[in-house]
Design a protein around this ligand. Structure first.
Ligand code: PLP
Length: 367
C-alpha cells in the first residue's frame, strides 16, 4: 500500500545535506558548544526575520512562554487569558509560574475568539497569551486594543506561525514577546528541542539571557535571581541558521501545496478547509488542518489508506482531570476537537503524494 508520511526529516536532510554538514563540521572542529558565535548569528537573523530588536535562544517554546511570564513578574494571584484550543504548554506555563489560566473559546480560524476575551477579564488579569495556531495569526490589532484598554501584557505564542503576518507585520512582533518553538516538526525545525523569545524590550531580553543561564550575568558572574538551564545549544543554532535561509522559499512551497489542496477539495460540503478571508492576514500553513463532519471515520480512513494525519486534539486539554482547569463552556473548541484532521503538509512532500491525499479524501466522500 502507498504511504504518505506526515513529515520526512531524512528527506529534508538530503535536500540541504551539504549546508547542514558544513555547519556541523564547523561547530565540531571549533569545539564551540555553548553560547558561541552560531547562537549569536542565529539570534540576529531570527530577530531580523521577525522584525524585532532582540531574539534570545532557549531550549523550547515552553521556556519562551515561561520566561515571558516571569519577565513581567506574573505569578501567584494573577490571571492570564489563554485560548481553550491550543497545545497544553501554553496553559502549563501559566500554571507553573503560580498564576491562574482563564480559558476562552476560539473562533472558526482556530484562534482565540476576540469577542469573548473581555468576558474573561477580571481585576486580577495581568496578561493575554495570543496563540497563532497552524500558521495563521490571531487578530492582533484587536487584541492589542483590548490589552491597551485593560493595561494587560500581551504574549504571543507564535510557536506554530514563524513567517506569518498581518499587513506585512510578522508574528512575534506585536506583543511584549513572541515565543518560538523549533521542535523538529515545526516550520523551522531543529534536530531536537529548541525555542526562542523575540522582543523589542531590552529588559526582557536581558532577563531571558540571564535566566536561561541559571540567573547568571555571563559578563560579571553576578546571579540576578534563581534561574533555569534552558539555553539553545550552539549546534542546534547552527542548523537552524542554515534552515532559516531557506524559510522564505519553503513558505512559498507550503502556500502552493495549500492551493493544490484547496483546488482539489473545496467542493466537498462536509469538509471545511483552512482558508480564511481576513484582508491582510497571511497564512504560512505550518499545518493544513481541515474539519471533517465525519471526525474519526474520516481520519481513520486516511490512516487505513497509508496517509499519516494528526488529529490534535481529539480531547481538549481542559478535559484532562489532572490539569485541574475550569471548563467555562467552549462550543467551538468542542466542535473542532471532534472534527479536526491535519493533512500532510511539508516542503519535502512530492506532488504525486499530494494528489494521492486529495484522491483518497475524495474517495472517502464519494464512497
Ligand atoms: C502552540 C504551541 N505552544 C507551545 C508549544 C511548545 O513548544 P515546545 O514543544 O518547543 O516546548 C508548541 C509546540 O509544541 C505549540 O505548538
Amino acid at each position: 500500500m502507498r504511504k504518505v508520511r506526515f513529515v520526512e526529516p531524512a528527506k529534508v536532510y538530503r535536500m540541504i545535506k551539504n549546508e547542514l554538514d558544513a555547519a556541523y563540521f564547523d561547530v565540531m572542529s571549533r569545539g564551540e558548544l555553548i553560547d558561541r558565535s552560531h547562537l549569536r548569528s542565529f539570534e540576529e537573523n531570527l530577530a531580523k526575520f521577525v522584525g524585532t530588536k532582540y531574539a534570545v535562544g532557549l531550549n523550547s517554546g515552553y521556556d519562551a512562554l515561561h520566561l515571558s511570564l516571569r519577565s513581567v513578574g506574573i505569578g501567584a494571584g494573577d490571571e492570564v487569558v489563554v485560548p481553550a484550543h491550543t497545545f497544553v504548554a501554553t496553559c502549563s506555563a501559566v500554571v507553573n509560574v503560580g498564576a491562574t489560566p482563564v480559558l476562552v473559546d476560539v473562533g472558526k480560524d482556530f484562534n482565540i475568539d476576540v469577542d469573548k476575551i473581555e468576558t474573561a477579564i477580571s481585576p486580577k488579569t495581568r496578561a493575554i497569551i495570543a496563540v497563532h495556531l497552524s500558521g495563521y495569526l490571531a487578530d492582533m490589532p484587536r487584541i492589542m486594543k483590548i490589552a491597551g484598554k485593560h493595561r494587560l501584557v500581551v504574549i504571543e505564542d507564535a510557536c506554530q506561525s514563524l513567517g506569518s503576518s498581518i499587513d506585512s507585520r510578522r508574528a512575534g512582533s506585536f506583543g511584549l514577546t513572541g515565543c518560538w518553538s523549533f521542535y523538529p516538526f515545526k516550520i523551522l525545525g531543529g534536530y531536537g528541542d529548541g525555542g526562542a523569545i523575540t522582543t523589542d524590550d531590552p529588559e526582557v531580553a536581558r532577563f531571558a539571557r540571564r535566566m536561561r543561564f541559571n540567573g547568571e550575568d555571563r559578563e560579571t558572574g553576578e546571579y540576578h535571581g534563581h534561574g533555569f538551564t534552558c539555553l539553545l545549544d550552539n549546534l542546534q543554532a547552527a542548523f537552524l541558521d542554515v534552515k532559516l535561509r531557506h524559510l522564505p522559499a519553503w513558505i512559498e512551497r507550503r502556500k502552493s501545496i495549500a492551493e493544490t489542496y484547496r483546488h482539489g477539495l473545496s467542493d466537498i460540503p462536509d469538509l471545511l478547509l483552512p482558508h480564511y478571508d481576513k484582508p491582510g492576514f497571511d497564512h504560512v500553513y505550518q499545518n493544513y488542518t481541515v474539519r471533517s463532519k465525519q471526525g474519526d471515520d474520516f481520519s481513520e480512513y486516511l490512516k487505513k489508506n497509508g496517509i499519516e494525519v494528526l488529529t490534535q486534539f481529539r480531547k481538549p486539554y481542559y478535559r484532562h482531570k489532572a490539569l485541574n482547569l475550569i471548563d467555562r463552556g467552549f462550543p467551538e473548541t468542542e466542535a473542532i476537537s471532534r472534527e479536526v484532521c491535519s493533512l500532510p503538509m511539508n516542503v519535502e512532500i512530492g506532488s504525486d503524494e499530494i494528489e494521492y491525499v486529495i484522491q483518497t479524501v475524495r474517495d472517502f466522500y464519494e464512497r
